[in-house]
Design a protein around this ligand. Structure first.
Ligand code: AHR
Length: 324
């Protein structure tokens, strides 16, 4: 009898220890983030924003995987998150297609996938929970609308004389490259005289942006307008334009997307004309979404970011407070 009493007392103490421990230290949520790489200042700002936001909340264990621009690295990282049975996956897709099977595996394992910035193709969106980030089609339309007003106000576009456009696209097959091109064309087709005579992939980097612009100018020194899918490409193109003996921002109107400090400085210097903001500071929204998920709340199917347009009228005032 005495022995049973002792055993029961020990069990009771053990149960108390377990429940106190459970109360004192709730299970940390493990979150895996598969990022595409570091091709631009925008991407670096995005990575830091997400890492910093999770570092500030010790109820999360945060795992980061840099795919270095290779889809196979990304698929490997996603599989290792699934094998590790993480509680949530954050994922930015390099290109839209090719992730269906691995995302289906995550869904089968019951792991919610939250896309950050770049989405996957329509047919694979059934496997992910939501996406947060920018509206890339709208960005392309903003580019077209800003140009329509600017070119008219400057007397460059009389509505009928052909305007010679060049476009440096983002990484082929990526959501922003596809959708920015589409958005821009939605506006271009309402201007019969806008001719996109040159269009090529600049891979979202300044090195490629410069190389592509050099090739464009060799073939055609009379380009009037450049639309670069990101600021990084525009910054490279500005170098190429200068080296060709032309004045960027004057001989060639330059518009791009992102809003990095370098392009703000170029606008202030008169070497670029406009940037359509694409906000990379997604960390706080990402943490909030994962917290909501953990609390059992339903996430909206799309989480938008708020963005502006900057040109010679407001870039100088905004430059000192830019965070990226
Ligand atoms: O996916 C967002 C785009 O990717 C940004 O415009 C660009 O700078 C980045 O590389």
């Amino acid at each position: 009898m005495k022995r049973w009493g002792k055993i029961l007392a020990l069990v009771a103490v053990a149960m108390m220890v377990v429940s106190v421990a459970a109360f004192a230290a709730p299970k940390q949520w493990v979150v895996g983030f598969s990022q595409i790489g570091s091709e631009s200042e925008w991407r670096t700002a995005d990575t830091h924003s997400v890492q910093d936001a999770f570092a500030q909340d010790d109820s999360f264990v945060f795992m980061y995987a840099d795919a270095q621009q290779k889809q196979e690295n990304q698929i490997k990282a996603l599989r290792s998150f699934i094998a590790r049975k993480v509680d949530c996956i954050l994922f930015t897709a390099i290109v839209e297609t090719g992730y269906g099977p691995v995302l289906a595996e995550a869904k089968k394992a019951g792991i919610p996938v939250v896309m950050i910035d770049r989405d996957v193709a329509k047919e694979d969106r059934q496997y992910r929970l939501t996406i947060m980030g920018s509206d890339f089609i709208k960005e392309g339309e903003k580019v077209g609308n800003w140009l329509a007003k600017y070119l008219k106000d400057q007397g460059i576009d009389d509505g009928s004389t052909p305007i010679n456009f060049a476009e440096i696209q983002g990484t082929t097959g990526s959501a922003p490259a596809i959708e920015r091109a589409q958005g821009f064309r939605n506006i271009q087709k309402t201007h019969a005289n806008w001719q996109i005579n040159h269009s090529q992939d600049g891979d979202f980097t300044s090195t490629q942006g410069k190389a592509v612009m050099e090739a464009f100018l060799k073939a055609d020194p009379k380009i009037q307008v450049l639309f670069a899918h990101n600021d990084q490409e525009a910054l490279g193109a500005i170098q190429a334009i200068k080296e060709a003996g032309l004045q960027p921002g004057k001989d060639i109107t330059i518009i791009s997307i992102d809003g990095v400090k370098g392009i703000f400085q170029a606008i202030v210097n008169g070497e670029a004309n406009c940037t359509v903001e694409c906000n990379p500071l997604l960390g706080p929204q990402a943490v909030q979404a994962v917290r909501d998920l953990r609390d059992g709340k339903k996430l909206p199917g799309r989480i938008w970011t708020i963005e502006s347009i900057f040109d010679a009228s407001n870039a100088a005032a905004a430059l000192p407070s830019r965070q990226y």
